[in-house]
Design a protein around this ligand. Structure first.
Ligand SMILES: N[C@@H](CCC(=O)N[C@@H](CS)C(=O)NCC(=O)O)C(=O)O
Length: 215
């Protein structure tokens, strides 16, 4: 399940979690080859990524040399740690490291993972007829999780204080998924203020525009 590549190869899609990884790669100035495909909507995109990631999900990152990285939070932490000079993650001995890891994993497991249910509610054994109710319930749970995070963080200019980290990129991306930004801003007003700053970050504004064209 490995293949030799000259550079980074990212399986991703507009309006998906891969955009957080793309944002990190832009800030790090790392070139990458993008293989575009909306896995949640197209079987062909799922089939394409399956050889590298049997979960058939994006983001999937192939490192130079062929090693496969999956799991958005792990990819973001890995890239940030590999390039400490860019200061996109607190170092292991930084007092902010614990909360950084806590919230990275929280966004991944409490929020992002729930989106897997939505393209096909029969995945969790719900009847197709219950689709609207299941999706509503998922969105309510996600809104609750954002609110819960918002009351426990004390953002500065960025979510963890005065330095932009991959947590900012992650929240800026996942908060664009259902129940969408308007609800996010309502339930997480303190994070919303920071997220608007991330949307406007000059090095990323073009990427957000191109990769979230409908937002
Ligand atoms: N745990 C994974 C979740 C990734 C994920 O859910 N990706 C979506 C796109 S945003 C996907 O590929 N879905 C395919 C599907 O629903 O079958 C991560 O954090 O990277």
């Amino acid at each position: 399940m490995t293949c030799q590549t000259a550079t980074l190869t990212l399986y991703g899609a507009a309006a998906s979690g891969s955009v957080a990884v793309e944002a990190a790669l832009v800030l790090l100035g790392l070139p990458y080859r993008l293989i575009e495909g909306a896995t949640w909507a197209e079987a062909s995109a799922r089939d394409r990524v399956a050889a590298s990631n049997p979960m058939r999900q994006i983001p999937t990152l192939l490192l130079p040399g062929g090693e496969v990285m999956t799991e958005s939070a792990a990819i973001l932490i890995y890239l940030a740690d590999l390039h400490p000079e860019a200061r996109l993650a607190p170092a292991a001995d930084d007092p902010r490291r614990g909360q950084f890891l806590r919230w990275m994993l929280y966004v991944s497991s409490a929020i992002y993972a729930l989106h897997w249910i939505k393209p096909d509610v029969t995945r969790i054994g719900a009847p197709e007829g219950a689709r609207a109710a299941v999706v509503d319930a998922v969105h309510e749970r996600i809104a609750f999780c954002w609110a819960n995070m918002d009351v426990q963080l004390t953002p500065g200019r960025w979510l963890l204080g005065n330095e932009l980290t991959v947590l900012d990129l992650y929240v800026a991306t996942v908060s664009r998924f259902g129940p969408w930004r308007a609800r996010f801003c309502e339930v997480a007003p303190r994070m919303a203020e920071v997220i608007h700053r991330i949307d406007a970050e000059p090095r990323l504004a073009a990427l957000w525009r191109e990769r979230f064209p409908e937002a």
